[in-house]
Design a protein. Structure first.
Ligand code: ASP
Ligand code: MG
Length: 422
């Protein structure tokens, strides 16, 4: 008998019919002798609907008090889901009980709309499991030290499920979703994209942070920290497929690297269009420049991603970096008003129409020439690289947004990702 956590996303919970299917699937696992904890999201579209209502009535300035109410409102979506799933399980003839985050309790900090889980008390849940019940816990929400309801940020139910699995030392956490696993890249862009049978936790972390939206990034961090065995799989298979088959489907996020080393050097291609490039031109090349530019940006709470500084000519250099597109205008204004005059720089130019394309693979640690293959593939397509950044297991390039799909396709091919290595 194992302790298993299932997480179901909004699409899987999208209608009463689908909830009935979830109940039948969970019942199948329970009847196979497993202790089951289920963490569902709100029904699809529900969180958006709730937040849109709040927005209609929102005050002009968005205070902490306002954020508190947003969480109060958004958390109801998951409360409806757990209640519905619980009665659907009861209709299957099983004992089930649902809990909101505060009832468990799942304790978080007080950062409304993006709270972090601090602790989970599993006593109540364990007692229910021991009594033969299936326990259903709301995703996405918790309670702070003052008893206020908090939410974990969009997509936060993944993190709830992994955190519950970690706290209870579950044997596995299965994330059921509307895709059947993690792919080498987005199949909408590359039809030959292939499902990965396994991906290492570190690769998954890079893929999630580079824009692959299968899992909320915090859930991957959590899984890595507490070594939670995690699997992403489809909730659209027939609920009654044999459990052994289901248990092997999807993509397993692994912690062992050795077996992986034999496989592809690059595991996946990630991309995102969320960034914008900014260049401060004609900056005097002297100590403290990076600090003055990026320190000012950081003080305004703006995250910087790729950074590039070139050699100087006649004592002047250009300094480029990328920020989230939403911060683009704000950053340009900030540089023009504060940094350019203080530094005696020439001017600020920017380009919001860029994208970042990355190759990810732990095999890059032990192979040389991987980046060169990437650059060759891009040059053969006539794609100009504007910036490059690397880490141990990834190489990213910033290019013109209009070549994004072409670049992803070319790289997918160059690294033979359409060929099944497993
Ligand atoms: N319902 C929340 C959202 O839409 C949390 C989740 O689905 O993971 O973001
Ligand atoms: Mg999700």
């Amino acid at each position: 008998m194992a302790l298993i956590v299932h997480k179901y996303g909004g699409t899987s919970m999208g209608s009463t019919e689908r909830i009935r299917n979830v109940a039948k699937r969970v019942a199948k696992w329970h009847r196979a002798g497993h202790q089951m904890v289920v963490v569902p999201s709100a029904m699809s579209g529900e969180t958006n609907r709730l937040l849109a209502l709040a927005k209609e009535l929102a005050p002009a300035t968005h205070t902490t008090e306002y954020a508190r109410e947003l969480d109060m409102i958004a958390a109801t979506g998951e409360q409806v889901s757990v209640g519905l799933l619980s009665i659907a399980l009861q209709a299957e003839g099983l004992q089930a009980v649902s809990y909101a985050g505060w009832q468990v309790p799942i304790k978080t900090d007080s950062a409304y709309t993006k709270a972090r889980i601090e602790s989970i008390d599993d006593a109540r849940v364990r007692a229910d499991l021991a009594a033969g019940k299936i326990v259903i816990i709301t995703g996405f929400q918790g309670v702070d030290a003052q008893g206020n309801i908090t939410t974990l940020g969009r997509g936060g139910s993944d993190t709830s499920a992994v955190a519950v699995a970690a706290a209870m030392k579950a044997d596995e956490c299965l994330i059921y979703t509307d895709v059947d696993g993690v792919y080498t890249t987005d199949p909408r862009i590359v039809p030959e994209a292939r499902r990965l049978h396994t991906i290492s936790f570190e690769e998954m972390l890079e893929m999630a942070s580079l824009g692959s939206k299968v899992l909320q990034i915090r859930s991957v961090e959590f899984a890595g920290k507490y070594r939670v065995p995690l699997r992403v799989l489809s909730s659209f298979t027939p609920w009654d497929i044999p459990i052994e088959e289901e248990a092997k489907s999807g993509t397993l996020i692994t912690f062992e690297e050795d077996e992986k080393m034999e496989k592809a050097v690059v595991s996946g291609i990630a991309f995102n269009r969320d960034e914008a490039k900014i260049t401060v031109m004609g900056v005097p090349d002297k100590p403290g420049i990076a600090y003055q530019i990026l320190g000012t940006v950081a003080d305004a709470n703006i995250d910087v991603d790729v950074i590039l500084q070139n050699v100087s000519h006649e004592g002047k250099t250009d300094f480029s970096f990328t920020v989230h597109r939403n911060d683009y205008a704000k950053t340009i204004d900030l540089l023009n008003s504060k940094v350019v005059p203080a530094l005696g720089a020439e001017k600020v130019v920017g380009d919001p129409k860029i994208c970042k394309v990355s190759i990810v693979g732990i095999g890059m640690r032990s192979h040389v020439g991987v980046a060169a293959t990437m650059f060759r593939a891009l040059s053969e397509e006539g794609i100009n690289i504007q910036m490059i950044t690397t880490s141990e297991i990834k190489t990213s390039v910033v290019i013109d947004e209009k070549y994004m799909e072409l670049a992803v396709r070319a790289l997918h091919k160059a690294f033979d990702l359409d060929q099944d290595a497993a």
